[in-house]
Ligand binder design. Structure first.
Ligand code: OKV
Ligand code: MN
Length: 256
């Protein structure tokens, strides 16, 4: 029984090869899994579910086909596609995940996040986040025409590119204290997140216990990355109600 985790595809009309890679993945490899988790930034930008750009329609249809085939798909907002709304989730059959969400993998409490909430040193970003996550601000934004939303979004992206270029590297990574605090608060032994684009397996000691932080990679035009959890199938002789931790590995998705 397999559970797959991906994040940070940053789908955009500028990178059609990454879109193709995802469409192949959703129609192929993902169908052998029981569940797929998308941990944020599936899209590089999202300005409302009514945006009927070809890319959006294509990805929506591919997710719908996946969930219709019986694979459960759960999706968390990232810092870029935080405006994905009810219509998107209804159309695709994806389940909406709040950030953070606690699940169990092979019996182990596992915390899922996008990752931006862990970057507590980036005060300018957190200020931007508070503003655009305000429900009233979102409602005002969605009242505007698609054309004015497109213009506003382009403006935001231009300004953000300029601001990030002068930010020191350190403040764009997670804060270690924030990681420890959230794992402790949820009693989790593993944290899975993306956002930082610094794929790695980190070992953490919390109050004498061993924990892990799995960081997902961003998808590029030539390769995507999937974190896979495989749990023992129901055919083993384990008594009901017990579970084995299962195994973790990473897979690369390539074109062709
Ligand atoms: C998403 C980010 C652009 C980072 C604007 C209210 C407001 C939503 C919005 C506009 C931008 C999403 C929706 C985009 C994330 C950027 C640049 C930096 C760091 C408003 C609600 F305030 F204008 F009324 N936005 N877009 N950034 O282009 O997808 O995450 S976006
Ligand atoms: Mn992100």
């Amino acid at each position: 029984m397999e559970t797959l985790f991906i994040s940070d595809l940053h789908l955009s009309p500028d990178r059609p090869a990454t879109v193709d890679l995802l469409l192949r993945f959703l129609a192929g490899r993902a169908r052998r899994a029981q569940r797929l988790y998308i941990l944020g930034d599936l899209f590089d930008a999202w300005i409302g579910d009514d945006d009927d750009a070809p890319l959006n329609l294509q990805v929506r249809a591919a997710l719908r086909a996946l969930t219709a085939s019986g694979v459960a798909c759960a999706l968390m907002h990232g810092n870029r596609d935080f405006l994905l709304g009810r219509a998107f989730f209804r159309d695709t059959g994806c389940q909406r995940l709040t950030d953070p969400t606690l699940i169990r993998c092979g019996g182990e409490p596992t915390l899922l996040m996008h990752g931006d909430l862990l970057c507590t040193d980036d005060l300018a970003y957190l200020k931007f986040r508070r503003r655009v996550r305000n429900p009233l601000v979102q409602r005002l934004f969605l009242w505007k025409s698609l054309a004015s939303r497109r213009a506003l979004a382009a403006d935001y992206r231009r300004k953000s590119g300029a601001a990030n270029a002068v930010k020191p590297e350190g403040i764009m990574d997670v804060n270690q204290q924030a990681v420890i605090e959230i794992l402790r608060r949820y009693g989790a032994v593993r944290l899975i997140h993306g956002h930082t684009h610094r794929p790695a397996e980190h070992a953490i000691r919390i109050d004498g216990r061993q924990a892990a932080r799995s960081v997902l990679a961003e998808w590029r035009s030539d390769r995507g990355e999937v974190l896979v959890h495989t749990s023992a199938s129901l055919s083993t002789s384990a008594p009901l109600g017990t579970s084995t931790p299962g195994v973790w590995h990473r897979e690369t998705v390539i074109a062709g």
